[in-house]
Design a protein around this ligand. Structure first.
Ligand code: HEM
Length: 162
């Protein structure tokens, strides 16, 4: 792990970022927060709908704005996160919150891939009547997603306090 973090820190990217002025880290942190806000704001609305809140709003109506917003927010968070960690990667060695956060992000993305393949999700997307079996599956998917992204955010926030 130390070798990986040292390689990231000593890379040309890390050197360039550290030499690029006092505002760079702060601006990257701002981008990270904007990405997280877009990702989690969108996910929260979608997952609450899957859990049964706002039943009168059809799922495709919620999916249309939230999924692209979550995807864009995720990309921004990942890009800015990689750039931020390149500043001083070795300082995070042994930080348990980073070690939980990164696998939780991978799990969150794997969960998206699985949910997209579920018959219940495909039924919901085309707006066909969602039966109680589908509703239960979608609610479980929404709960797993919410717990996962809350874990990522909590660990992200706690990294700096370790
Ligand atoms: C490869 C992806 C990512 C990397 C490498 C990364 C890396 C980082 C780093 C280095 C910090 C600063 C920690 C510190 O020293 O205080 C941070 C903060 C944070 N990250 Fe990430 N991050 C990634 C993705 C995400 C995602 C997807 C989320 C949320 C869904 C997230 C949530 C947070 C939060 C909440 C903070 C605290 C921000 C603050 O209080 O200023 N991160 N991340």
């Amino acid at each position: 792990m130390f070798e990986l973090l040292a390689w990231v820190e000593q890379s040309a990217l890390g050197d360039a970022l550290r030499g690029s002025g006092v505002w760079t880290y702060g601006l990257l942190n701002l981008a990270h927060i904007l990405g997280i806000g877009s990702l989690f704001g969108a996910i929260l609305i979608l997952d609450l709908r899957l859990l049964g809140v706002w039943r009168s709003i059809p799922i495709p109506t919620i999916v249309r704005p939230t999924v692209p917003l979550a995807a864009g927010g995720f990309l921004l968070a990942v890009l800015s996160g990689i750039l931020m960690i390149s500043f001083n990667a070795t300082e995070y060695l042994g930080n348990p919150f980073l070690y939980v956060k990164l696998p939780a992000i991978v799990f969150g993305i794997a969960n998206v891939a699985v949910v997209q393949r579920l018959p219940a999700w495909r039924h919901a997307l085309v707006g066909t009547e969602v039966g109680s079996g589908d509703r239960r599956v979608l609610a479980i998917a929404g709960a797993i997603s919410l717990i996962t992204w809350l874990t990522v955010i909590t660990c992200g926030r706690m990294i700096g306090y370790w």
